[in-house]
Design a protein. Structure first.
Length: 57
């Protein structure tokens, strides 16, 4: 699978620091729900922004 340049044009990496125990529990919960951790984090970020900034995208 190749990624087209246009698909990644507006995307960046976002690194955060969390406790290992929290990260491990989060990844395990995502796997139990057959979900991808990155997708879950992006969804949570979108929901938070929409809730706190209704004029956003």
């Amino acid at each position: 699978m190749s990624i087209k340049k246009s698909e990644t044009k507006n995307k960046i990496s976002f690194n955060i620091r969390v406790e290992k125990k929290l990260k491990d529990a989060f990844v395990a919960a995502c796997k139990e729900n057959d979900d991808d951790a990155s997708k879950v984090i992006r969804r949570m970020m979108r929901n938070y922004v929409q809730k706190n900034n209704p004029s956003w995208g």
